[in-house]
Design a protein. Structure first.
Length: 372
């Protein structure tokens, strides 16, 4: 949702009369309203019913197919998708948008198909380095396809595809030592002590949480840690770490504070979400990536591979750090102690940044409207 917010704010610079209607799944309604309230223009937020096709990387197809919770969920959501499509047609007929923009995810399928049926120009964006099912379905109807990674990682038609990166907040930017000290002070941290930021996304990542908390004593001998555990996981991490003045545990922080923490950090430990990685690239951060190997199509493994190939991050194996938590601790300590390697990773990851992504996507949307 935050990439969509960045595009909305960019579009507003070109069209002060811009009107926006954001469509989401019911489960994300509150979060969507909170994020869209920060847009430069008023955004109407509606929800539809949407179903997803459950499949898991590394598990044989037949085993998944005959696993009852997966099978029953897929059958149920097939009908839910039909209802969502009818709801989408109704919303688009009432609002008559000039362009429909979809960002991937199961809620975009009924909206994108409705746009195709109603002959409304469709622009799609694929953040991950592997085409997701939603975007593979919608790409045949899209006027333009924007990608988060270089086009060589996709099978989309090259004539309609554009490597733009991922629209992110302008709050993510490289910082000097003096700027990092100032941000640390504003966050209540020790100004002259290195900072390790740890995040596993909104839901958290148990293997990362356990590995970092197990290594807390060693890490905090020379650095301080801000650990974003994910919802309902902070208590377990805090209990594991025990009393430690240099280890700060939070379940979740808002987007403004998240950007401050990242910009102040010397080392970041993260999963391989595409948007997060582009935020780290924009901020030029020495990064340790632990991709989740079990998500659909192994897309986090493929996201991480882009950064590993560019020597832009250290990539560790999820199963390995579960068995040997000290491997993550050693990687963190290596970067804290090796200024040269840290600086090289900062330089290499920043090359992958696409600071004009929001502007480039906005231009594609305007071109799609002009070509009607």
């Amino acid at each position: 949702m935050t990439p969509v917010l960045a595009v909305i704010n960019e579009l507003n610079k070109h069209d002060p009369a811009l009107q926006v209607h954001f469509i989401c799944d019911k489960g994300f309604l509150k979060q969507s309203k909170d994020i869209m309230s920060r847009a430069a223009v008023p955004v109407m937020v509606s929800y539809i019913m949407a179903g997803k096709w459950r499949r898991y990387h590394g598990i044989p197809f037949l085993k998944q197919f005959f696993y009852w919770p997966t099978l029953s969920g897929n059958v149920k959501d097939f009908f839910t998708l039909g209802i969502g499509f009818l709801q989408s047609v109704g919303l688009l007929l009432r609002n008559r948008p000039d362009v429909v923009f979809t960002k991937g995810g199961f809620v975009c399928v009924p909206v994108g198909l409705a746009a195709a049926i109603l002959r409304i120009p469709l622009v799609i964006h694929d953040s991950d380095a592997h085409p997701g099912l939603t975007n593979r379905i919608l790409s045949r109807y899209a006027r333009f396809i924007a990608t988060g990674a270089p086009l060589k990682f996709y099978s989309y038609p090259k004539a309609r595809s554009y490597y733009v990166g991922i629209p992110i907040s302008s709050a993510y930017m490289p910082t000097s030592e003096a700027q990092r000290r100032k941000i640390k002070h504003s966050l209540g941290l020790v100004e002259d002590r290195s900072l390790v930021a740890v995040t596993g996304g909104g839901g958290g990542a148990l293997p990362i949480n356990k590995a970092v908390s197990e290594g807390a004593k060693a890490i905090t001998k020379m650095a301080q840690v801000v650990h974003l555990t994910g919802l309902h996981k902070a208590e377990a991490v805090a209990k594991s770490v025990g009393k430690n003045d240099h280890y700060h545990v939070y379940e979740f922080v808002d987007q403004t504070k998240m950007a401050q923490i990242i910009c102040a950090a010397d080392v970041v430990v993260t999963r391989a979400g595409a948007s997060t990685l582009l935020e780290l690239a924009a901020a030029a951060k020495a990064t340790i990536i632990v991709p989740n190997p079990r998500l659909t199509n192994g897309h986090q493994l493929k996201n991480a591979a882009v950064y590993k190939l560019a020597n832009a991050a250290i990539v560790l194996n999820d199963d390995d750090i579960q068995a040997h938590h000290e491997h993550l601790t050693e990687a963190i300590m290596l970067l804290l102690n090796d200024n040269r390697q840290r600086a090289q990773l900062e330089k290499n990851i920043h090359i992958l940044a696409k600071p004009h992504a929001a502007e480039d996507v906005a231009k594609l949307l305007m071109r799609a409207h002009e070509k009607q």
